[in-house]
Design a protein around this ligand. Structure first.
Ligand code: SAM
Ligand code: DTB
Ligand code: SF4
Length: 331
């Protein structure tokens, strides 16, 4: 018998698998992509996109913060660090019934994946138990599951895999050379170690980054190269535009040229042809036209529903209208 999740899995599969002799991207080569005239870059990204995917099909995930605030880490962009004064009230882990209600609503609205986020450096074993239960129950609703819980220790990824977790989100966030300017309480190597644990446990990897944090174009290229050159590229690559949150060290970061955001999407598409590239945080501040350019540059996934973790996302109605106007189809 074909299960609902097996069908979802199949819809999700890119048209062509990665070639065995996959190219390694030098940072300079990725930078050369960024340096192309805008329309040459977008055209190239479109060609790659269409060779691997139906260009009208967009995957939609709904996010839920299951444990908000009070985090020990000092990530300079994040509202949830207890070191920043963002006025966010730390909360306990959300009860499972509430999580399931949100998941049912997300499914009814048309999301195919439900992503649960926790403001932890990493889960303690006693934290993981209830999350494992959430994964099992959300999956039983016929949704794909994703969690983002911070760094994992030995054995934790396997527990999540046993519960049937489909994706683990863990971003490398920025270029290796810029990492220490944004985060000092853990290293990029710590993040890479977790990604390796997730891979070894057989869970799909969701990893991307944030742009607009004051990094250079070369550093944006280095972020993309680092993702593309992972032993296996992430199945899902979220590209977040910084949401500048008052009270965080990056509250006053200078806004990035929107075309540079589109270029980053295009570079991700070209270097990771078979991955889903997610147009992630920052959509609330984007015009419909800018989002359309992102889809044209190869974005084929997004967060759907009015809330990200602690900030707003466009209303589902606005997104539905945009899909209709552009002839896009949700998967
Ligand atoms: N604590 C876990 C972790 O760090 O992986 C999970 C939650 S954390 C909030 C997930 C991701 O959200 C971060 O890695 C970052 O990429 C993104 N993020 C957080 N705050 C953001 C902001 N203000 N703007 C854009 N992206 C943000
Ligand atoms: C990802 O790359 N972006 C999402 C999800 N993965 C967890 C989070 C975006 C957070 C934006 C700021 C906030 O709402 O707090
Ligand atoms: Fe904590 Fe994650 Fe926010 Fe960093 S990004 S402060 S680890 S919740």
């Amino acid at each position: 018998m074909t299960t609902h999740s097996a069908i979802l899995q199949r819809i999700d599969e890119p048209r062509r698998a990665e070639p065995a002799d996959r190219k390694r991207w030098a940072v300079a080569e990725v930078e050369a992509l960024f340096d192309l005239p805008f329309f040459d870059l977008v055209f190239r990204a479109q060609q790659v996109h269409r060779a691997h995917f139906d260009a009208s099909a967009i995957q939609r995930s709904t996010l839920l913060s299951i444990k908000t605030g009070g985090c020990s880490e000092d990530c300079g962009y994040c509202s949830q660090s207890k070191r920043h004064h963002t006025g966010l009230e730390p909360e306990q882990l959300m009860p499972i019934d509430e999580v399931l209600d949100k998941a049912r609503a997300a499914k009814a609205r048309g999301a195919t994946r439900f992503c649960m986020g926790a403001a932890w450096r990493g889960p303690k074993d006693r934290d993981l138990e209830p999350v494992v239960e959430m994964v099992r129950e959300v999956k039983a609703l016929g949704l794909q599951t994703c969690v983002t819980l911070g760094m994992l220790r030995d054995g934790q990824a396997e527990q999540l895999a046993q519960a049937g977790l489909d994706y683990y989100n863990h971003n490398i966030d920025t270029a290796p050379e810029f990492y220490g300017r944004v985060i000092t309480t853990h290293t990029m190597q710590d993040r890479l170690d977790t990604l390796e644990r997730v891979r070894s446990a057989g869970i799909n990897v969701c990893s991307g980054g944030i742009i607009g944090m004051g990094e250079s174009r070369l550093q944006r290229a280095a972020l993309i190269a680092q993702l593309a050159n992972l032993p296996k590229p992430p199945e899902s690559v979220p590209i977040n535009n910084l949401v500048a949150i008052p009270g965080t060290p990056l509250a006053e970061a200078e806004a990035l040229d929107p075309f540079e955001f589109v270029r980053t999407i295009a570079a991700a598409r070209i270097t990771m042809p078979a991955s889903f590239v997610r147009l992630s945080a920052g959509r609330q501040e984007m015009s419909d036209e800018l989002q359309a350019l992102c889809f044209m540059a190869g974005a084929n996934s997004m967060f759907y529903g009015e809330r990200l973790l602690t900030t707003d996302n466009p209303d589902a109605d606005r997104d539905d209208r945009l899909f209709e106007r552009l002839g896009l189809r949700a998967i």
